[in-house]
Write a protein that binds this ligand. Sequence first.
Ligand code: NI
Length: 198
Amino acid sequence: MAILDIARMGHPILKGRAHEVTNFDDPKLQTFIEDMKETMVRAGGVGLAAPQVYVPLRIVIFFVPEGRDGGTAVPLTVMINPVIKPVSDTIAEDFEGCLSVPYLTGVVPRWTQVKYSYQNVDGSLRERSAEGFHARVVQHETDHLDGVLYPMRMINIATLAFTDAQDENDQECEDQDGAGSDETSQEASDSETSELAL
Ligand code: NI
């Protein structure tokens, strides 16, 4: 196994459309996915798409930690050739971070409820429903396969921030408002998402 280099915003590999995986018998596929897992864990991310490690294939790995949005945890999932469809038009905004856009965070609108299908490592077709943070992660990662980074989805660029500057601000708010006020709790939970790099 190997730790792979992560491409950063500006590199052309992150701007193109990745290719469908067609050969599921290739032993290199399994090795590559193991390398992706190791790389994501080392980087402290919760999601990683193949173009982020300079491989233009439609492969994504992700997991959802327990307690996100009050939703259920999702174990480490390998999605190959994923397709997403919204279940409703409802959109929610929340902060996102990205391993290819280090140190930054910004508010991104995403569908709150989606259905998605993908192929497993053995090529078999799977279908799932997702909402909340789970739905957000799947949309963020699948965007990587189409050359889209989260800043390109932002509506209010004024929310783009350095994560450490935002943490400082949260701390100041807590100092001013006193811990435990609803407003402070909300800000704290918002910034929590930004620490989960996708
Ligand atoms: Ni990302």
